[in-house]
Design a protein around this ligand. Structure first.
Ligand SMILES: *[C@@H]1O[C@H](CO)[C@@H](O)[C@H](O)[C@H]1NC(C)=O
Ligand SMILES: *[C@@H]1O[C@H](CO)[C@@H](O)[C@H](O)[C@H]1NC(C)=O
Ligand SMILES: *[C@@H]1O[C@H](CO)[C@@H](O)[C@H](O)[C@H]1NC(C)=O
Ligand SMILES: *[C@@H]1O[C@H](CO)[C@@H](O)[C@H](O)[C@H]1NC(C)=O
Ligand SMILES: *[C@@H]1O[C@H](CO)[C@@H](O)[C@H](O)[C@H]1NC(C)=O
Ligand SMILES: *[C@@H]1O[C@H](CO)[C@@H](O)[C@H](O)[C@H]1NC(C)=O
Ligand SMILES: *[C@@H]1O[C@H](CO)[C@@H](O)[C@H](O)[C@H]1NC(C)=O
Ligand SMILES: *[C@@H]1O[C@H](CO)[C@@H](O)[C@H](O)[C@H]1NC(C)=O
Ligand SMILES: *[C@@H]1O[C@H](CO)[C@@H](O)[C@H](O)[C@H]1NC(C)=O
Ligand SMILES: *[C@@H]1O[C@H](CO)[C@@H](O)[C@H](O)[C@H]1NC(C)=O
Length: 467
């Protein structure tokens, strides 16, 4: 009896001296249970049970030396307000509450979290104006994400007093006043700035942002911006993403934009930019280029063929002239080429589709001519082929009939001749074939794709079916 009692004591002391027990704090443990209760015990917190005090392995909890430092509650179905007790976690530096159903005003209870450096409240249902004393959040703040909520009013200048701030993410809200451009411009460490998709009063792109020389991401779309792209912003040489789409910007795209050495994503679509694309482009790291729906003139630079990582080239709805540079056909990653509604002429690049996983080629409404390259489906990825309203001629590449990924062929209003490859009709994914107003010959299809929804083939030279 005595013997087993001793054994039990030994066992207990072994447990209490094991690292997982010695490195916990009863105060943090109690706090977490209080927070859970305040939130009405959502099922995502079902691992938070008082019988199991190793809270450092509870769902969403991370610790450092037994103190809670991180809470990651993305998509935890949290509805009730954030309880003030959460800030009793004295070492809490990271709080992610994105994708929950939090409502009402900005949670000023978080002013009590003195170690907080990362706060993500994005994708909730917050509303109202941001408090003018939002600078009462910890001065340690580095990342503040309030995007995809319903905040209104003006952005208070107090939001820009955190000396260590690296991300200020305010896009996709209902801000309908102003934002403190000069204060934001003093955030020397800022790498990410998003103000996009808000109802800000119309205005120019602030010159002051030229001071933000560490900026990597600048997302200012859908903000009613007017005027041009300020030349002063040429100081932003660290940019990897520049997104100014869906504004009322005009003037030429400055040459310095085309020379940003680290740029990977350039979205300037849906504005009124005029002039040409800089022929000496050197931003060779570009992956996505979208200049569509502007008033651009001139030719597509040959140098685009040096953007080896380019996957998406959208230049549609402009007034571009000249031919499509053959170098574009050699790009190894290009998957989507949308050049429709321009004044482009000449043939398609000779080996288009051979060197890249080409999926979508849309070049309708141009003055293009010649034969289609027989390499379009070379890598068996092509699903979308729109070449309508051009002056293409000759026969369709016979191997189009082996392009099993093809969903859509629009080749109407051209000068194609020769036999329409019969195998095309039975391609398994095909839904749309529009080839009217050409000189195609062949017989009417006997077997057509089970998914076909639309065939238009009038005004050709087809003869009756021989089934
Ligand atoms: C737990 O944390 C609280 C608050 O930070 C502190 O006062 C207390 O001394 C800690 N207890 C232990 C056992 O570390
Ligand atoms: C305590 O909970 C953690 C995380 O859910 C689990 O890994 C561990 O096995 C539990 N321990 C006990 C004694 O139930
Ligand atoms: C949270 O909001 C979403 C979208 O409004 C809704 O579909 C979901 O049911 C809500 N969740 C809870 C737990 O109320
Ligand atoms: C927790 O925060 C206190 C006060 O800032 C600090 O002294 C301590 O080192 C921190 N503990 C851990 C494990 O980070
Ligand atoms: C919020 O912004 C931060 C900082 O830029 C980022 O790391 C995080 O992924 C964003 N959250 C969501 C849900 O996108
Ligand atoms: C902004 O929106 C709020 C809430 O809808 C409204 O009360 C306020 O008058 C608006 N302010 C401006 C300047 O439009
Ligand atoms: C393309 O991307 C790869 C991988 O991210 C990178 O190593 C390479 O430098 C990039 N190429 C260019 C031309 O930027
Ligand atoms: C293209 O240029 C023509 C003639 O200069 C002009 O009439 C037309 O509006 C322009 N279209 C676009 C989309 O810029
Ligand atoms: C071709 O032109 C016709 C008539 O001008 C137009 O309705 C149609 O949308 C154009 N097709 C494409 C693919 O742009
Ligand atoms: C088709 O070719 C004929 C004869 O070469 C030419 O007259 C006509 O303009 C061309 N049509 C188109 C749409 O290119």
């Amino acid at each position: 009896m005595v013997h087993s009692y001793l054994l039990l004591l030994v066992f207990l002391s072994f447990i209490s001296s094991s690292p997982s027990m010695s490195q916990t704090n009863s105060s943090d443990y109690e706090t977490l249970l209080t927070v859970k209760k305040a939130w009405g015990s959502p099922s995502a917190l079902s691992s938070w049970i008082s019988q199991n005090s190793s809270y450092c392995s509870w769902a969403g909890v991370s610790c450092n030396n037994g103190r809670v430092t991180k809470l990651s509650f993305q998509n935890f179905n949290i509805i009730n307000p954030i309880p003030a007790s959460i800030c009793s976690l004295k070492n809490l530096s990271y709080l992610d509450l994105s994708y929950n159903n939090l409502t009402d005003q900005f949670p000023t209870v978080l002013y009590g979290c003195s170690a907080l450096s990362y706060l993500d409240l994005s994708n909730n249902l917050f509303s109202g104006a941001l408090p003018a004393d939002i600078d009462k959040l910890s001065s340690e703040m580095e990342h503040l994400n309030l995007s995809f909520n319903g905040f209104t009013g003006s952005v208070p200048s107090a939001i820009a007093v955190f000396p260590k701030l690296k991300s200020l993410v305010l896009d996709t809200n209902s801000f309908n006043g102003t934002y403190p451009a000069s204060a934001i411009a003093e955030l020397n460490e800022l790498e990410t700035l998003t103000l996009a998709d808000n109802h800000f009063a119309p205005g120019l792109i602030p010159d002051e942002f030229s001071k933000l020389t560490n900026l990597k991401t600048l997302w200012l779309s859908g903000m009613s911006l007017t005027g041009g792209i300020p030349d002063k912003l040429s100081s932003l040489t660290e940019l990897t993403m520049l997104a100014l789409y869906s504004n009322k910007l005009h003037g030429e795209i400055p040459a310095w934009v085309w020379k940003l050495p680290k740029l990977e994503f350039l979205y300037l679509y849906a504005n009124s930019f005029t002039g040409g694309i800089e022929p000496e482009v050197t931003c060779f790291k570009l992956q996505q280029l979208d200049l569509s729906s502007n008033l651009l003139t001139g030719t597509i630079p040959e140098a685009i063929g040096k953007m080896k990582n380019l996957t998406m080239l959208y230049l549609y709805y402009n007034n571009l002239t000249g031919s499509i540079p053959p170098s574009i056909g050699l790009l190894p990653n290009l998957a989507e080429i949308w050049l429709f509604n321009n004044m482009l002429s000449g043939p398609l690049p000779p080996e288009l589709g051979k060197h890249s996983p080409l999926g979508s080629l849309e070049v309708g409404n141009n003055l293009l001519s010649g034969k289609l390259p027989d390499t379009l489906c070379y890598n068996k990825k092509l699903y979308d082929l729109v070449v309508s309203n051009n002056s293409f001629s000759g026969v369709l590449p016979a191997n189009i009939g082996d392009c099993h990924t093809l969903d859509n062929i629009m080749a109407y209003n051209n000068n194609f001749t020769g036999e329409f490859p019969e195998k095309v009709w039975a391609l398994p994914m095909l839904t749309i074939v529009m080839i009217q107003n050409n000189g195609f010959t062949g017989t009417l299809p006997c077997v057509i794709s089970p998914n076909m929804i639309r065939i238009q083939m009038g005004n050709n030279l087809f003869s009756g079916a021989v089934c």
